[in-house]
Design a protein around this ligand. Sequence first.
Ligand code: ADP
Ligand code: ZN
Ligand code: ZN
Length: 705
Amino acid sequence: MSDPVYLAVALDVPLPGLFDYAHDVPVAPGVRVRVMFGRRAMIGMVWAVRQQPQVAPDKVRAIESVLDDLPPLPDDWLRLAGFAARYYHHPLGEVVLPALPPSLRKPSAYTGARSAGGPVCRADRRPGGRQPRRAASAPGTVAGAEAAAGSPDAARGQAPQLTAHQQAALARLQALLSGGHGVALLHGVTGSGKTELYLRLAQQVLAQGRQVLLLVPEINLTPQLEQVVRGRLMPDAAAGAPGLAIMHSRLSEGDRLRAWLRVSRGEASLLLGTRLALMTPMPRLGLIVVDEEHDASYKQQDGLRYSARDLAIWRGHDLGIPVVLGSATPSLETWRHAQEGDYQYVSLPERAQTQPLPDIRLVDTRRAQLEQGFTPQLLQALEARLRQGEQSLVFINRRGYAPVLRCPSCGWVSQCRQCTAHTVVHRASGRRAVLQCHHCGDTQPVPRACPDCGDQDLQPMGRGTQRVEEFLAEHFPQARIVRIDADATRRKGSAEALFAQVHAGQADILVGTQMVSKGHDFAGLGLVGVLNADAALFAQDFRAPERLFAQLMQVAGRAGRRAAGAQVLVQTDYPDQAVYQALCRHDYSGFAQASLAERQDLGLPPFSSQALLTAQAPRLADALDFLLAVRDCAASLPEAAGVRLYDAVPLRVVRVARVERAQLLLESTRRPALHRLLNALLPRLDALAGSAALRWGIEVDPQDI
Ligand code: ADP
Ligand code: ZN
Ligand code: ZN
């Protein structure tokens, strides 16, 4: 009998390191194996072959089987996953396996992908029926996309004549294409025709037989873009040539697997997707485009808290291929790179079509007579657009009916039982109003009387999209009003249906959250009214003004794409704030310059790197004690030199779902110093934590502080 070989296997368990298993022959890194972990069967991925196990050989179990349904994951993919694990200080197995489509990492869902005719996907049979059912022709699914390709819409695949600015920008981006790795920031005002440039670049790369990865922030943006891409770049798709793949979190497991397989086998040459598409193997990748690169949704907020934009840049560098970042309001990190010359700066200063940017005005609410939060000015403007048959958008970044329910007699306010947060009044048509917690999701019926004093006249305070919709319907009974927010679009396909209604001109007033602000090209929109923007001015997070500016620029950019005379009215109590002043001038660079100067003075990113350690425990005191111990421990390490340790503080919403949370921020002007400290510190944390009830997590480059 020959000696066993030892395989170091990555498993999706919250433990650092790799796990040794024995086998009789070596297995290549990047191959999935089925193993027993404790009493559980799991899918792991071979990471390395070892001569000697790291535990006693008689303790090493044999693997159950080698899954040979797929070729090994390619080297560059393994490098990317390895980098992500190191950079984000996250267990390798928790990086590698979640990066695969779910069907490839479940012991029960062996795919048999090698069999003739493509994958036979057990995941399609969803035990328990927990997956949303796929509407037969929902756009965004493979089936929907193919249906769309046959529609007359996709036939308008005419390339427009580029504007002079576009031509100049394209020439500079093309130079990038021929030069190996490089990053370009395509800074173009809203409506400047960035998409057209992505298409031209993609076309050129596809013509060389290479693949293109096009990342977008929002699932809801994929259908519109998908049609354009299909019409322009995949003229043969209707004839069955599989050129385009779509990937986002609303795909069924089966569709996600099929898209992943087609891309990783090189059968699909263009992958359009949200952040989770970044980790797809692409054997001939030649270009990565990150549209709206500043968008917060590129950041994963649980598990591996990665930035898809940052990993895209690393991947481009690793592969020696260009990366194009597009935005009207680049993140300050990216802006600084462009200023320092690390990234090429390419700008589109004007809209592609002759329409000017909308006129943005502030409406001072301090002395105004408000009606349900609306100034007379905004109501008159809405009225005027209605008369002219133009669409309007009322933007309020708060969903639900009202942010809190209050008792006027005793001051009682509705609170979540499990969180330190108010519950939000939700009123869906035809159903009883409920109180919902936006942190834990807990839902309660609205009480008929005040639980403290019995007063029956409980009042909703403030307003969200539902209340705005209700008020507008009363105020403008003749208007067709469409609300688009996370609640209205929960069912699969409903977002597409609502957007289609707006695009088809079957809506007069659109009420929406940030969901409508991104990317959408609303042809008939003449007016945007912004309510409640001020809340963001006084947020603790140092990035709040940057986000507010980007969001308002984006939402303003939805207006006037076809017709001149478009207007944006921003209601505010603070018209003198720099953010608003810059907004009215459409002055991104002025705003960025001032913000960067401020950040530099305070030593904040991008002039420093940060990592955020969060701790959760049933009692806040335990979370804080742990972080204090961590802080002491860190301070005692030689690696702490050059790293600033902030105080441990409770999170703004301390308790969520009965767990209390605190955080400790670490910061350094030198990124390597920060990572050295984390490498020295993190292995000691479990011992410091002591009890299993205390959980901790680390986030590198945190976006919400
Ligand atoms: P951005 O992504 O920069 O906000 P889009 O790519 O959505 O802008 O373009 C805005 C609009 O201008 C789209 O309707 C697009 O079809 C149109 N467009 C882009 N380039 C041209 C061009 N060269 N000529 C005419 N229309 C164009
Ligand atoms: Zn009361
Ligand atoms: Zn709650």
